[in-house]
Design a binder for this molecule. Structure first.
Ligand SMILES: *[C@@H]1O[C@H](CO)[C@@H](O)[C@H](O)[C@H]1NC(C)=O
Ligand SMILES: *[C@@H]1O[C@H](CO)[C@@H](O)[C@H](O)[C@H]1NC(C)=O
Ligand SMILES: *[C@@H]1O[C@H](CO)[C@@H](O)[C@H](O)[C@H]1NC(C)=O
Ligand SMILES: *[C@@H]1O[C@H](CO)[C@@H](O)[C@H](O)[C@H]1NC(C)=O
Ligand SMILES: [Zn+2]
Length: 468
C-alpha cells in the first residue's frame, strides 16, 4: 500500500491532469428526465439564496459545531462528544441516525519544543507529526544536516549518523511533496539520524507549522519527527550551505500512543421505492488537533449532513436512500472508512455513487468524477441545472477521488468529489489557521445546494447511474 499514506487526506485530485470523455458518448435519452428536475433544483437554490430559509444555514451550523468542540483528533473526548452532538441534532430533525464503532490509533501531543542552540539561541515554531514518538528524557541536542531531497540524503548518507535531519524540499504539489512528511523519519532513521524536522507541506506560509500523519517503516528505529514552517527550513538550509558555523538544535517532545474506540456517524433519508439502493454523501468529522478542523473537514461533513437536512426540510422523498456518512479516523489512514467497507461489504453492490468532499468547500464549480463515460455524460446533464450558481463543470479523473471513498471505487462504485476554488486549501491545511475565518457563508450555501441537489437527482432518477 505504498500510495496509501501518500494519498492520505485531501490530496488526491490536486494537480492531476483531467481527461474529458470523448464527445462520441451519448446519453441524450435522459435529457427530458433530467430537465424535469429543474423546478426542484431551482427550489434548492432559492432556499440557500438571499432571503431563502436555508441561507447561511451551513455556515451557522458548522460554526456552532466547531466553536463548541474545537479540534477533533481521533481518540479525543472532543471528537466523541461532537459525534454525540451530531446524533442528537440529527435525531431532533427526524432523520434516521446511528453510529458504528471503529477501533483506531490514538496519538496525543503532550508537549513540544524546538530551539536553535547554535549559531544563535531561539525557539522555532513546531508541530509534532501524528504518530511521532517522544524524545528521551531530557530531550535531544544534536548537530543539524539539511537536505532538499531524499536523493541528496542518500548521496551524503555517511554524514547523517547522530544528526538531526532537516528536509527542506520544494513544494511541488501536495501529492508530490507529502512523502517527505509521511516517510522522512523512516528514511533518515535508516542512516542513523536521531530526529527529523520536516518543512511543512504548504505552498505559502506566515510562519505556521502544518502537522499531518506519518508512519514508521517496519524494522526502522522510530525517531521523533516534527514539522517546521518553510521560512525556518529555508533559514537552516542557508546556514548549512554557507558552512561557516555549526548548527545545533535541541528538541523536547512528549507524545502518547495507544488505541481508542471511535465511531462513524451514519444518517439516512430512506428511499421511497428502493431503500436498499444508496447514494452516499460524506466528509470526515475528525480533524487534527490544531485550529478548529473547520475546513478539513468540517466543511465537507456539514455540506453532506445539511444536504439531507435540506432535502428533509423541502419534503423531498427520493426513490433511493440518500445516506450521509460522517467518517471518523480519516487523518490516521481512513480507518473509519476501512471499517465501514468491511462491515457493509454485502451492501457494496447497492451503492450507486459515493460522494466525498474533503478538498475544500469554497465557491463550487462542479464535480470531479471517477466513473464510466456514461456516468460522466449523465452528470454533465445534471450539473447544467446548476447554471444559476455557475457550478456546471464535470471533470473526469483517471484516479480514485476522495480518500474515505477509495474503497468504494475499488469495487466499481462511481466516486465524486467537489471542484471548488480551493487554490489556497493547503495554506491552511493541518495548521492553526484552519478555522471558520477561511470559510465563506455564500460559498458553503452553494456547495450544499450543488451537493444535495446532485445527490437527490441521482437517488431519484429512473435509472441507476451506470457503474464503472
Ligand atoms: C445528547 O443527548 C443526550 C440525551 O438527551 C444527552 O444526555 C447528551 O448530553 C447530549 N449530548 C450532546 C453532546 O449534546
Ligand atoms: C461501542 O463501544 C463502546 C465504548 O467502548 C461500547 O460501550 C459499546 O458497547 C460498543 N458498541 C457495540 C455495538 O459494540
Ligand atoms: C455566474 O457567472 C456570471 C458570469 O461570470 C456572473 O455574472 C454571475 O454573477 C455568477 N453567478 C453567481 C451566482 O455567482
Ligand atoms: C469491476 O470492474 C472490473 C472491470 O470490468 C471487473 O473485472 C471487476 O470484477 C469489477 N469488480 C466488482 C467488485 O464489481
Ligand atoms: Zn481531510
Amino acid at each position: 500500500m505504498a500510495s496509501f499514506w501518500v494519498l492520505l487526506c485531501c490530496c488526491l485530485c490536486v494537480g492531476i491532469a483531467h481527461s474529458q470523455p470523448p464527445s462520441s458518448v451519448n446519453c441524450d435519452y435522459i435529457d427530458t428526465e433530467i430537465n424535469a428536475y429543474k423546478p426542484i433544483v431551482d427550489r434548492i437554490i432559492a432556499a440557500v439564496s438571499k432571503g431563502g430559509f436555508f441561507q447561511s444555514h451551513t455556515y451557522a451550523t458548522l460554526s456552532n459545531f466547531v466553536d463548541k468542540f474545537g479540534p477533533r483528533l481521533t481518540g479525543s473526548e472532543a471528537l466523541e462528544r461532537s459525534i454525540d452532538y451530531m446524533v442528537n441534532e440529527t435525531r431532533d430533525f427526524g432523520l434516521d441516525v446511528w453510529t458504528e464503532n471503529v477501533t483506531a490509533p490514538k496519538w496525543e501531543r503532550i508537549s513540544e519544543k524546538v530551539s536553535l542552540v547554535e549559531p544563535w539561541k531561539g525557539n522555532i515554531p513546531v508541530l509534532a507529526l501524528g504518530g511521532s514518538v517522544s524524545t528521551p528524557q531530557g530531550g535531544i541536542t544534536a548537530e543539524v544536516i539539511v537536505f532538499r531531497s531524499f536523493a541528496e540524503l542518500v548521496e551524503k548518507s555517511a554524514q547523517v549518523s547522530g544528526k538531526i535531519v532537516v528536509f527542506n524540499q520544494d513544494f511541488i504539489s501536495y501529492g508530490d511533496s507529502v512523502k517527505y512528511r509521511s516517510k522522512g523519519a523512516s528514511i533518515a532513521s535508516k542512516y542513523g539520524a536521531v530526529a527529523t524536522l520536516i518543512r511543512s507541506i504548504t505552498p505559502f506560509s506566515l510562519g505556521t507549522p502544518h502537522t499531518g500523519h506519518q508512519s514508521y517503516d517496519d524494522g526502522v528505529k522510530p525517531i521523533p519527527t516534527l514539522c517546521i514552517p518553510p521560512e525556518y527550513a529555508e533559514m537552516l538550509y542557508r546556514m548549512y550551505k554557507r558552512g561557516d558555523s555549526r548548527i545545533v538544535i535541541s528538541i523536547d517532545l512528549d507524545t502518547r500512543q495507544g488505541t481508542a474506540i471511535t465511531r462513524n456517524t451514519i444518517v439516512d433519508l430512506k428511499g421511497r421505492e428502493s431503500p436498499d439502493k444508496i447514494v452516499i454523501v460524506s466528509g470526515h468529522l475528525d480533524s487534527w488537533d490544531v485550529g478548529q478542523g473547520a475546513m478539513d473537514d468540517g466543511g465537507g461533513a456539514f455540506i453532506s449532513w445539511n444536504s439531507l437536512v435540506l432535502m428533509k426540510s423541502l419534503n423531498l422523498k427520493p426513490r433511493r436512500t440518500v445516506r450521509a456518512i460522517l467518517w471518523t479516523g480519516e487523518e490516521q489512514g481512513y480507518v473509519g472508512a476501512v471499517e465501514y467497507a468491511r462491515r457493509h461489504a454485502d451492501e457494496m453492490k447497492n451503492v450507486i455513487v459515493a460522494m466525498e468532499s474533503d478538498e475544500g468547500t469554497f465557491t463550487p464549480h462542479g464535480l470531479l468524477v471517477k466513473g464510466s463515460l456514461q456516468a460522466s455524460c449523465i452528470l454533465k446533464k445534471i450539473v447544467r441545472l446548476f447554471k444559476p450558481i455557475n457550478a456546471t463543470q464535470i471533470k473526469s479523473s483517471p484516479y480514485p477521488v476522495g480518500s474515505d471513498i477509495e474503497l468504494f471505487q475499488a469495487q466499481n462504485v462511481t466516486g465524486i468529489a467537489l471542484i471548488n476554488e480551493n487554490e489556497r486549501y493547503f495554506w491552511y491545511h493541518h495548521s492553526a489557521a484552519d478555522t471558520m475565518a477561511v470559510l465563506d457563508p455564500i460559498a458553503l450555501d452553494y456547495c450544499t445546494a450543488l451537493w444535495g441537489g446532485v445527490a437527490y437527482i441521482l437517488a431519484d432518477m429512473s435509472i441507476d447511474l451506470p457503474r464503472t
